[in-house]
Write a protein that binds this ligand. Structure first.
Ligand SMILES: C[S@@+](CC[C@H](N)C(=O)[O-])C[C@H]1O[C@@H](n2cnc3c(N)ncnc32)[C@H](O)[C@@H]1O
Length: 267
């Protein structure tokens, strides 16, 4: 149930979200003033951790991202690195990666670098249901995504509800999926899009046997709900932890979960 104070916002979303979907706003050519990655890292209080991440994964951040975005990518890389520690997972010879709810794919460089460290990446797809949300600068999420993924081989950004997307994947990330109504409404979506169980079931079905699912939730309540959803669907995590040392100071502890899809032996 939505609290009454959220009803006006929910009502606006009910109208504005389908309009964005109809308009499909694009304004090509989004650019950021690129930061000097080495200088950004040198000036950061967690410079040792950031240097270790860059040495290990070599993310393609130079010449593309502003300083804020460099740090955001390194924060996601930090998350992915910790997630990898949770899963005793052997990658296939080549990888098909999927990110669900990609927003504007601002972290595609981090994802690409992290997966490339495990196996050559054939494809890395970001699927986003609200891809035509427009920022104050007149560019849409789709425009941002196209700029962020330029030059990263195999990457695609798909404007779709994940439940309408049917390509299998070897690895799937869900970074902060909506499992509660409040954040979903605050992010401008109509309440009818809150379908965490259906989304998780669909994603699990897209995952190849032996594939790796990585989920990050933003607080304890969401993590508890996420676990309950996994239990309902028979998804058994191979590891869980709480990340308490974010790269960006104001980030609350984040809850990490990894699961490997069992390979069912043929009779
Ligand atoms: C909390 S945001 C997280 C965004 C991004 N993963 C990040 O870490 O910043 C959740 C995202 O999932 C998207 N989303 C929600 N339901 C979806 C669905 N059924 N299919 C695809 N994307 C969805 C939302 O529009 C939103 O961009």
């Amino acid at each position: 149930m939505l609290p009454p104070w959220l009803w006006p916002e929910a009502l606006i979303n009910q109208v504005a979200y389908p309009l964005r979907g109809m308009l499909r706003w694009r304004r090509r050519g989004y650019r950021e003033v690129p930061a000097d990655v080495a200088a950004v890292i040198a000036g950061h209080p967690r410079r040792e951790r950031l240097t270790a991440l860059v040495e290990r994964y070599a993310p393609a951040l130079q010449g593309r991202h502003n300083a804020g975005n460099v740090i955001e990518n390194l924060d996601v890389l930090h998350l992915l690195d910790r997630l990898f520690e949770l899963a005793p997972w052997t990658p296939p010879a080549r990888l098909r990666a999927l990110d669900v709810g990609a927003k504007n794919f601002y972290y595609v460089a981090a994802l690409h670098a992290a997966w490339s460290s495990r196996a050559p990446v054939d494809s890395l797809v970001g699927v986003e249901v609200d891809a035509y949300r427009v920022y104050r600068d007149g560019y849409s999420r789709h425009d941002y995504a196209d700029t962020y993924r330029a030059g990263l081989v195999g990457t695609t950004f798909v404007a779709a509800d994940i439940r309408d997307y049917h390509e299998p994947a070897d690895v799937i990330t869900l970074l902060f999926p909506f499992v509660m109504p409040l954040p979903l409404v605050r992010w401008g979506l109509p309440i009818g899009l809150l379908a965490p169980e259906a989304v998780l079931a669909h994603v699990w079905q897209l995952l190849a046997p032996g594939g790796l699912l990585l989920i990050v939730n933003q607080d304890e309540m969401e993590a508890a709900k996420q676990i309950a959803l996994c239990e309902q669907l028979g998804i058994v995590p191979c590891g869980r932890s709480i990340l308490t040392d974010p790269i960006i100071d104001d980030r609350p502890p984040r809850h990490l979960l990894a699961a490997i899809k069992p390979i069912v032996a043929a009779d």
